[in-house]
Write a protein that binds this ligand. Sequence first.
Ligand code: ANZ
Length: 797
Amino acid sequence: MARESFDHRAIEKAAQEKWEALDLYRVDLTDETKEKYYLLFEFPYPSGDLHIGHWYAFALTDIYARKLRMSGKNVLFPMGFDAFGLPAENAAIKRGVDPKEWTYQNMETMRTQMKTMGASMDWSKEVITCEPSYYQWTQWLFSKLFEHGLAERKMAPVKWCPKDQTVLANEQVVDGHCERCGSPVEDKSLTQWFFKITSYAERLLTDLDPLPWREEIKEAQRAWIGESEGARITFAVSAGGETIDVPVFTTRPDTIFGATYLVLAPEHAVLARFLEHTTNGEEVRAYQRATGTKTERERSENKEKTGVMLLGITATNPATGEAIPVYVADYVLSTYGTGAVMAVPAHDERDYAFAQKYHLPVVQVVEGEAELSTGDGPLTASGLFTGRNNREALWDIADSVGGERVKNYRLRDWLVSRQRYWGCPIPVVYDPEGVAHAVPAEHLPWLLPTDVDLTPGAAGAGKSPLATSKELHERVEKLFGAGWTPEYDTLDVFVDSSWYFMRYLAHTDEHAFTDQAVAAQWMPVDRYSGGSEHTTMHLLYARFFTKALHDLALSPVSEPFNERFNRGIILGPDGQKMSKSKGNVINPDEVVAKFGSDAVRMYLAFLGPYNEPGHYPWNLDGAQAMRKFLDRVHAYQPGAPAGGKSTKATEKGIDYWGMRITRDTDAFKFNTAIAFLMQLLTELEDNTTTPETYQTFIQLLAPFAPHLAEHLWARAGGEGSVHHTQLPNFKKASVQAFTLTIQVNGKKRATLILPTATDEAGALAAARAEPKVVQALAGATPKKVIYIQGRTLNIVV
Ligand code: ANZ
């Protein structure tokens, strides 16, 4: 049946104007009459135009925001921009545009586009991280961390382009070459700022356990923090009559009798002292240089191992007392453990590969079926410990060589210095002796200078663009005195986004970074939706910040986010990741113009559960199908069915559907909620519908198709905005029956339709009358019965 299509443009425009006039989405943070709900999504980087991924991020979270309001919650659903970052700077270098102008223009475009989405965000609380009124507080928080020893300076390697004379961000290094000019990248050491996130490693781990996050998100964080328990054991290394103690970190002290050589990372500090005693110092230096062009990931990959023996240098295995050779090899990382490893080729794969290549002895010390067995067993060739089980003897062996029990973390301190312009200036100045001082609070915001030359290398070797600012130098000398100098680095943008959720609570406050009373009421965030790419860095950094602030009595909570949902990814129509180069990018503006905003957001919501990461290819037919459904909704009028075949007021009852739709919306299963909405419409079409039932239907539709629902609400004679109405409490409504799944020992055996009020005894009696269940029980007496009312009955025998 051909149906007339409605004019979505007119409907959208009217609805959006109505919402604006009613100021529908402004939330009063001091209102305590309603239960609060803080719904947060990751604020976007102002890249310029909204792509379909933004729609997926914002429009879908908006469904939930609308549902919450209609359930009587006071919903904070704010919006802002993560506005510092490299793209603005690149545009400036390539096209000579002002990074600030570029950023502000992009934000304006995105705001306009976002309005077409019809999302119910509260724009009145907008935060913009590149605004001095925001970054003044980023700087203030930096000073607090500095004051309490949580920000410190130390040397760290950076990737360096010798031609452009500039530090490169990791994403600017492509296959060991500068992305801009193609020169081979080098390692360079610079003094940089770090936040001591490692002092929180233990708490970041233990506090994960009670969080109601999906296990895989927690697991990813645990792996990132990477706790590892082992021993620090000292090996004496001798060269030219001199002996130096070199500690190694090992998780397997039980294998020490099989340690047949020692390996140092190419960056290891003691190498400098050894080199004069070696006869192959040049070879070692060349190897160190070659390592500088590799990333840590490349070094950790399972590729052919390389290394250089330090000729003339020997180590002593403290367990056997034997002299063993010493190597430099880049499979040992300087940033983990002690940067030195006792190599046990018989029981470690990497060591084995290396030993094979360089013909080093392989001594098996744990008996097992095969060489390289990672299993446990009796020790062999292990002196006094021979014959004992390796696990059982592990700490005794460690003790016998003076080993110290240590916990190691993969997590590194967070390097926050960036040699970039478009970022938050680090609020630090140096006195004539070079000692760092935090810029006093009365001088904040410590403004980003504007007289800066962004040409790569303009500031001179190893210096950041801010070093070219005359104004910044003058400012420092004027405020602090002659000989004082500024810090030139800016902060990693992840610092800006580690606390923005606290700023939404007091976005214009000139006296504090947040409002503690409001924060006490609103924190933690109830639900945070975002991309799975932020499972580790952003989420960990925000957790670290919150903990540090909590310890400084600056945050009422020590965990920022209660629930966390990672959404899936929308792929191009060809099933590939969307990218301009592949020409498969979907411009939402065009699709929205064609099918309407409601159809596009419902199509996206219908793709799959929003709380599970998945990959969904964009399909235009899907958006069209959703539009057809909305046309059907629009054409529908309540009353008796067209065919006149039934006079019942809907088959299952509006409460039945309402409960299912709201329940699945609460669980972020928008796809099944929409499927129920579709079934409900079919039932309405086939039956006699009262005006009340029809109004409830419009209410249920409202979070998903906010514009059309607003239009239908008015058409049906509803007052005000449908988005201001309250959904009936479907939970209280009586649902007549439910489907019970019956399991025996956890295995599904039968299903039964039972009255809702059925209790455990009733369910058990009904189950035991089922032939399939009788068969599975085979006369055995149940040991345990687990009954989940409304769902399953598990009989354990
Ligand atoms: C001897 C040994 C024998 C090891 C054996 C393993 C198996 P996780 O579990 O990740 O903490 N290691 C230590 N520091 C390293 C570094 N900087 N770069 C590369 N590898 C390093 O791994 C700890 C193990 O990784 C340590 O235990 C050490 O090798 C190696 F049958 O010591 B093991």
